[in-house]
Design a protein around this ligand. Structure first.
Ligand SMILES: *[C@@H]1O[C@H](CO)[C@@H](O)[C@H](O)[C@H]1NC(C)=O
Ligand SMILES: *[C@@H]1O[C@H](CO)[C@@H](O)[C@H](O)[C@H]1NC(C)=O
Ligand SMILES: *[C@@H]1O[C@H](CO)[C@@H](O)[C@H](O)[C@H]1NC(C)=O
Ligand SMILES: *[C@@H]1O[C@H](CO)[C@@H](O)[C@H](O)[C@H]1NC(C)=O
Length: 452
């Protein structure tokens, strides 16, 4: 029954609309630039600001630094003047994407072709929101002993936000691990991973001792798409939209960067008070209903929450607190150790390199992030994970990379979750380990007996 719904939704209603009204980015290019000195940094900052270019990495001209990588989209009409201006200050560049609309178009074709042939939920393609809503329903119905669907709040455009709770009955008290995906609309690989994660847990919980161990102590809460309005907008209108869809200044501009809207050093660094900006922090902390929904939930559950994961793309980073400062929190020694363990397990799957570090030191300073807000509530294991890739396709990660990306990310994420499980439930960490402890205790006891 659900399969019929999925197919009807996709082929009958959604796709024709999508093709009709989309921004197509015809001839736009994405350039990679690494400024070599202060003058080049200034020059590039000027070009970006004066031409109001769409910076992808970093998000704001102020965050461009000497010898750091810059990715920027240049609209086709601006290509010639921008390239001339760059040559003028001896800035060299590489073309990462030669024609954005061609890249976007080729992926659209693949989607159409593959959708016609699917008969089951396909975790290796990107799904529009109505399919994900359906998928949430199906998971909760088909696996009702393990998975339940819950309401978190409403989006700005009044859509319900649902999360899935994966939980085994237990006599003892349990802890919570939270994971959200898709706080930024265009980072499509993130919601794909949240779905993959739920599938893997459900599919393997009967045979995988590690999952069984974790589910004894921990409930997993997964919010597959946080910024639902924005995600839908990337399907209908603008594939490269980042923010939410709230209206500002009487419709002069739309959207807040939800990951700048949390109440932690709000709007200090890496955020903008200008609502046209991609890092607009909103009118006030928690001004956005999506932010508020997450905040209310975490406030309610913080005494049980032991780990908070927020999934993004791109850059291949596992980031710890802080974003709002280059200073490191007390928790850093341990959280960075765990991040490094996760990156190493991740790499074993497909050889993908990840870097680990604090948000501000590896990426750029950014205040008002969910990771920092949660960390400063007392939940040390609060991570931002930036998935593939490292600059080849950026936000337009091809569907044939969904599976390897999810496989390796699963290995990394499970490493983190297992670590927090073993830390908070040391006695239940594993039976063999428990026996070892007993053994050690016994032999100490025997030694004492013999000596006396
Ligand atoms: C970019 O690609 C699109 C789609 O393939 C094509 O129609 C268009 O002519 C290309 N534009 C340029 C400037 O090459
Ligand atoms: C906001 O940014 C836009 C685009 O850069 C600019 O045109 C506008 O003047 C700015 N508004 C304010 C209030 O600074
Ligand atoms: C973290 O590790 C460094 C180097 O090993 C050490 O100097 C520092 O005291 C540690 N900090 C904390 C808070 O444990
Ligand atoms: C990603 O690419 C940049 C250069 O473009 C390089 O400096 C960086 O080390 C790469 N990161 C990873 C994790 O491979």
């Amino acid at each position: 029954m659900y399969l019929i719904l999925w197919n009807a939704g996709v082929l009958g209603i959604l796709i024709p609309q999508v093709l009709g009204m989309k921004i197509n980015y015809d001839g736009d290019q994405v350039l990679k630039i690494i400024p070599q000195n202060k003058d080049q940094v200034l020059c590039l900052q000027n070009i970006c600001s004066s031409s109001q270019l769409d910076l992808w990495k970093p998000l704001q001209p102020e965050d461009i630094n000497v010898r750091s990588v810059v990715h920027v989209r240049i609209p086709s009409v601006a290509l010639q003047p921008v390239k001339e201006a760059m040559l003028h200050c001896s800035l060299s560049f590489n073309i990462l994407v030669g024609n954005l609309s061609q890249l976007l178009g080729s992926q659209e074709e693949i989607k159409l072709r593959r959708r016609r042939s699917i008969s089951d939920y396909d975790y290796t393609i990107y799904h529009p929101m109505e399919e994900i809503y359906n998928w949430i329903n199906v998971m909760a119905e088909k696996h009702s002993d393990l998975v339940t669907q819950h309401y978190l709040g409403f989006t700005y455009e009044s859509r319900p936000m649902h999360y899935l709770k994966i939980s085994k009955p237990s006599k003892g008290p349990k802890k919570i691990v939270w994971m959200d995906c898709g706080i930024h609309a265009r980072e499509w690989i993130a919601p794909a991973f949240c779905q993959w994660f739920v599938k893997e847990i459900v599919q393997n919980q009967e045979n995988d001792p590690r999952i069984q161990k974790i589910l004894k102590n921990i409930d997993l809460y997964v919010l597959p798409v946080l910024n639902i309005d924005g995600y839908i907008y990337t399907w209908t209108t603008d594939r490269l939209w980042r923010k939410s869809r709230s209206k500002h200044e009487s419709g002069a501009c739309y959207g807040v960067d939800l990951n700048r809207n949390f109440n932690v050093k709000w709007c200090n660094f890496g955020s903008s008070t200008n609502c046209t900006s991609n890092s607009y922090c909103g009118a006030s902390p928690e001004s956005e209903p999506e932010t508020k929904a997450v905040v209310d939930f975490v406030e309610r559950t913080k005494s049980d929450m032991i780990c908070f994961l927020t999934i993004h793309s791109y850059s291949q980073y596992i980031l710890t607190a802080y974003g709002y400062s280059k200073d490191l929190p007390k928790s850093y020694n341990e959280t960075i150790k765990v991040a490094a363990m996760a990156a190493s397990e991740l790499k074993k799957k497909h050889g993908t390199d990840y870097q680990v570090g604090s948000f501000a030191n590896l990426l750029y300073e950014a205040s008002g992030t969910s990771q920092d807000w949660v960390h400063d509530l007392g939940i040390d294991f609060s991570y931002t994970i930036e998935l593939r890739d490292n600059g080849t396709y950026q936000f337009i990660l091809p569907e044939d990379q969904i599976q390897p990306t999810c496989e390796e990310t699963m290995a990394g994420v499970m490493t983190i979750i297992e670590y927090v499980n073993d830390k908070y439930f040391p006695n239940k960490a594993s039976t063999s380990c428990g026996n070892l402890h007993l053994y050690a205790l016994l032999s100490t006891f025997l030694t004492i007996v013999v000596m006396t």
